[in-house]
Design a protein around this ligand. Structure first.
Ligand SMILES: [Zn+2]
Length: 274
């Protein structure tokens, strides 16, 4: 455990009370209490193998077989995850009309399930798949049924959960795993999320930057900000002279920019809002 004194949640309450309009950025730490593992350790390093890249997914059929086989197993629990107190607390901030926007790096849709409406899913949503040729989108749940119908032997498998609806299935042979093509055009399906090596759609970034502009302060919840797509907002806030508070267990890339750092679990640190 850290020997650094743990700030009382009163410090965070004072920060929130002192800044009326908040721009909120959330990351994996917000969903760990919902049973969804995160990628990084307390030092911001990778806990496990890096996630699949866009280039590997689009370029190699073998990578897609492996991805969807792991996803078939991982989705069952991921798709059933429920919001926790951190999500509910942030919904309360919206109800109190304190949010300019909630930008999440998570792809689990749990903010919306908790009732938040003013949300930008920076990295997309895992509950949809998209055809990369004709751009049609389908519910992930329907795609799951098609995967199961084509690969009945995989339905019984269980494995440790990994982030983003993935599961660790090391040692399996994926060559026999069948991935259905788009029924309309035969194209390749991809989860409707931003992979590593892929850019966040520009309109999402613009909407977020505009909301940051309208805010008095920024609140980071459960993100190490190691990925530039999230870090850029902290950088922009600091440049604009807006104070930043962060709730995160462990180091963040923006630590030198923070006015307040709360090293507690997100649900605990935000519980005073409920
Ligand atoms: Zn298609």
């Amino acid at each position: 455990m850290s020997s650094v004194p743990v700030p009382a949640s009163g410090d965070l309450a004072a920060f929130l009370a002192g800044h009326r309009r908040l721009f909120v950025l959330t990351g994996a730490g917000c969903s760990t209490a919902s049973g969804i593992p995160d990628y990084r350790d307390a030092d911001g390093g990778w806990k496990r193998a890096q996630p699949v890249t866009y280039q590997a997914f689009m370029g190699e059929e073998a990578t897609r077989r492996r991805y969807w086989a792991r996803s078939l197993v991982g989705w069952r629990r991921f798709g059933r995850a429920l919001p926790n107190d951190a999500h509910h607390a942030l919904r309360r901030l919206e109800e109190q009309e304190r949010l300019t926007l909630l930008v999440t790096q998570n792809v689990d849709g749990l903010h919306q399930r908790a009732g938040s409406r003013r949300v930008v899913d920076l990295h997309g949503r895992l509950d949809q798949v998209r055809c990369m040729a004709c751009e049609r989108r389908f519910p992930r749940q329907d795609f799951q049924q098609r995967l199961l119908a084509l690969n009945p032997d995989w339905a019984a498998l269980d494995a440790a959960d990994a982030p983003d609806g993935d599961a660790d299935l090391d040692g399996h042979d994926f060559t026999g795993f069948a991935v259905p093509p788009c029924p309309h055009c035969g194209g390749v399906f991809k989860p409707d999320v931003v992979f590593f090596g892929e850019n966040v759609p520009r309109e999402r970034v613009q909407r977020a930057m505009q909301a940051l502009d309208e805010a008095d302060a920024m609140l980071v919840v459960g993100s190490s900000l190691m990925v530039f797509s999230g870090y850029r907002f902290a950088h922009a806030a600091a440049r604009a002279g807006k104070p930043i508070a962060a709730v995160n267990l462990g180091r963040t890339r923006a630590d030198p920019l923070l006015a307040l750092k709360v090293e507690r679990s997100c649900a605990e640190a935000l519980a005073f809002l409920l």
